[in-house]
Ligand binder design. Structure first.
Ligand code: HEC
Ligand code: HEC
Length: 360
């Protein structure tokens, strides 16, 4: 009897322990109710101030609405973590333009990520750059399962078990059937569904984008001054005026901006990806380590605090010298640049149902 009790106890603990990285299944997946529309949402269209425009995937084909719908469910499904504790959305929340509000996010076992969670939008521009702060992944379908496998984020060190686990969740059969014509759950289908959903998140209904069509007649005087300062001070050389404000057309994709004299995080050869600035007002805290809580702090950095890092980008060095540049923006100029950065916000993304949690 005592032995039986011990055995039962140890089976129970094994089942719930994360350390043994045992896949854990939902108590009763058949009770899960998804709220999905009868006709899929239009993931293949982007809302802009001049109406809807087509939305393309990594390979320039139109986004597939049924695949993206599958991806939406996967993005919000905690089953994608080894112990059903976190989903992609835990660190990429719609309320914050798919970023997290803390410098480092909590993964499946309460351990913290080593970098700041990035906001997700306009990933199509990332094709020529790569994903993550060090741009280490260049193809979206190979990137998407990196967080699933990550030992801090979602903990599936055996990625082959993901499709097996998903195939035991009854609510996926219809989604996969719609997207692919059969109910077979394969790793490739899951990767592609997630990727299609991620690519459908595009911030293009912004005051800035509207301004592009109107010669910026919609801008206030302050926003216009901010845009001028942004261009004149080389902000726009790195964060290029493209749909995402990343650097897909630049000759260099990474840079060191002198946050420290010596970096803790090696990045990619001492440099970090030049991040997108679309929705930047919504994705605090800032930088690869989330060190700045506000855009004011970011502007203070560029203004007076650039450090003499050996990898410091030439654009941030004083003319013809090896020392860091001091932009010495006035309080007014900082406020102007921030007013401009605020024109890059697409609020629609925060409430658009097609990007919301279907498990609610
Ligand atoms: C525990 C928190 C956490 C979870 C869960 C998580 N992420 Fe992330 N995500 C991060 C962090 C941190 C980074 C930056 C990592 C780095 O640069 O090394 C990131 C980066 C990304 C990027 C790169 C964006 C860019 O511009 O390069 C994408 C895309 C992404 N995550 C998608 C996902 C998807 C899809 C899932 C679910 C399968 C997911 N994430 C789950 C924290 C998380
Ligand atoms: C040499 C290229 C370069 C220049 C010039 C530059 N930046 Fe950056 N910017 C970067 C890089 C790289 C990062 C990320 C650095 C890191 O995390 O280590 C960054 C980060 C940022 C961030 C935070 C992004 C985030 O998601 O956390 C903001 C905001 C920003 N820059 C605004 C500006 C403004 C405003 C200017 C002009 C005053 C400017 N940048 C000039 C390369 C540049």
């Amino acid at each position: 009897m005592k032995q039986l009790l011990l055995l039962t106890l140890s089976v129970l603990t094994l089942g719930i322990s994360y350390n043994c990285k045992k896949v854990s299944y939902k108590a009763d997946p058949s009770s899960v109710k998804l709220s999905l529309p009868d006709q899929p949402y239009e993931y293949n269209k982007v809302n802009t101030s001049i109406g809807k425009i087509n939305n393309y995937y990594e390979d320039f084909t139109l986004i597939n609405n049924d695949k993206a719908t599958l991806g939406r469910v996967l993005f919000y499904d905690k089953a994608l973590s080894i112990n059903n504790s976190v989903s992609c959305a835990s660190c990429h929340s719609q309320d914050h333009a798919f970023s997290d509000v803390v410098a480092f996010s909590k993964g499946f076992a309460e351990k913290q990520t080593v970098r700041n969670s990035m906001g997700i939008s306009n990933l199509v521009d990332e094709r020529n750059i790569g994903f993550f702060w060090d741009a280490r992944e260049t193809k979206i379908e190979s990137m998407v399962f990196a967080p699933v496998a990550n030992h801090i984020e979602m903990g599936f060190d055996r990625i082959d078990l993901v499709a097996e686990k998903v195939s035991k969740l009854p609510y996926y059969a219809a989604l996969i059937q719609k997207a692919y014509g059969t109910t077979e759950v394969t790793e490739q289908r899951l990767r592609q569904g997630l990727s299609q959903f991620l690519f459908s998140i595009v911030a293009q209904n912004t005051k800035f984008d509207e301004g592009m069509y109107k010669g910026f007649s919609n801008f206030t005087a302050q926003e216009s001054r901010g845009m001028k300062l942004f261009t004149e001070n080389n902000c726009g050389t790195c964060h290029q005026i493209t749909p995402s404000f990343s650097n897909s057309y630049n000759s260099f994709k990474f840079a060191n901006i002198g946050l420290d004299v010596v970096d803790n995080d090696p990045g990619i050869d001492g440099q970090y990806k030049i991040p997108r600035l679309k929705n930047i007002a919504l994705t605090a805290p800032y930088m690869h380590d989330g060190r700045f809580k506000t855009l004011e702090e970011v502007l203070d950095h560029y203004s007076n605090n650039i450090q003499n890092n050996p990898k410091l980008n030439f654009l941030l060095k004083a003319n013809g010298s090896a020392t860091p540049k001091k932009f010495e923006f006035t309080a007014q100029q900082k406020a102007d640049i921030i007013a401009f950065l605020n024109t890059l916000t697409d609020k629609n993304l925060l409430t658009d149902k097609k990007f919301s949690n279907p498990f609610n």
